[in-house]
Design a protein around this ligand. Structure first.
Ligand SMILES: NC(=O)c1ccc[n+]([C@@H]2O[C@H](COP(=O)([O-])OP(=O)(O)OC[C@H]3O[C@@H](n4cnc5c(N)ncnc54)[C@H](OP(=O)(O)O)[C@@H]3O)[C@@H](O)[C@H]2O)c1
Length: 225
């Protein structure tokens, strides 16, 4: 079976992507070390963990050394911002968002490029609606996701043997969204948001697209149905 590494697979969208790819791929489940990550690796046949803090670049490089060939890399790990205005956003918040959402993805890509080239692999970047349009209060998060699109676009041109897909989902029913809605002071209604299983199905569809086509961008907006 081909091998897929999914970052942020311990919960939320990443866990659903792991479940969607499990029937067709041997999985490497990314996430910081946790009981949840270990339990998922036991539950999904053919899965093992890639348990690293993605901003610890020595740890990331050491973990990547064990991977000589990689068919699929899903960059899913990410964090949300504090929803402050630019005026209220301190430098550390900018650094935190750009580090996890953008720089860590660039570095993980860099250290895994030889393994991806060896398999003529496929990179999937979980972007966001915020990576296409920035709203008030979302500057650091949107900037990190606009940057992630730039990373994907440049990589697609630099590495013509690889497929590179950016997926732009609207709001998804996950813990991240619960935290955002709490900060916004609104009532949480799961039915207003995309199901993580639906977004995961789109990821699997992109990955399983026959090799004569490259699915470059997928935009998903909630219908409220
Ligand atoms: N939820 C939404 O509405 C929404 C909408 C559009 C796009 N997205 C994007 O979808 C992706 C997944 O979001 P989600 O809603 O599933 O978030 P989530 O429920 O908060 O899960 C985030 C995942 O990322 C991992 N992670 C975060 N920081 C990490 C770090 N420094 N090192 C290693 N792993 C780290 C977490 O691992 P730990 O368990 O170790 O913390 C967790 O597995 C993100 O890129 C997000 O921007 C989300």
């Amino acid at each position: 079976m081909p091998t897929a590494l999914i970052t942020g697979a311990s919960r939320g969208l990443g866990e659903h992507i792991a479940r969607a790819l499990a029937p067709t791929h041997d999985l490497l489940l990314g996430g910081r070390p946790s009981a949840e990550l270990d339990a998922l690796a036991i539950e999904l046949e053919g899965a093992s963990t890639f348990a690293v803090e993605l901003t610890d670049y020595d740890e990331v490089e050491a973990a990547a050394e064990a991977i000589s060939s990689l068919d699929v890399l899903v960059h899913n790990a990410g964090i949300a911002s504090s929803l402050e205005t630019v005026e209220m956003t301190p430098v550390d918040e900018w650094r935190r968002l750009l580090e996890v959402n953008l720089i860590a993805a660039a570095e993980l890509t860099r250290v895994l490029l030889p393994a991806l080239r060896a398999a003529s692999g496929h990179l999937v970047f979980i972007n966001s609606g915020a990576g296409r349009r920035a709203n008030a209060g979302w500057a650091p998060y949107a900037a990190s996701k606009f940057g992630l699109k730039a990373l994907a676009d440049a990589l697609r041109l630099e590495e013509p043997t690889l497929r590179v897909t950016s997926i732009f989902p609207g709001r998804i029913d996950t813990e991240m969204q619960q935290d955002i809605v709490a900060i916004e002071g609104r009532e949480y209604r799961p039915e207003n948001f995309l199901k993580p299983s639906t977004v995961a199905a789109a990821v699997a569809h992109a990955v399983l697209t026959p090799a004569d086509a490259s699915p470059e961008e997928i935009v998903l907006r909630p219908t409220g149905r």
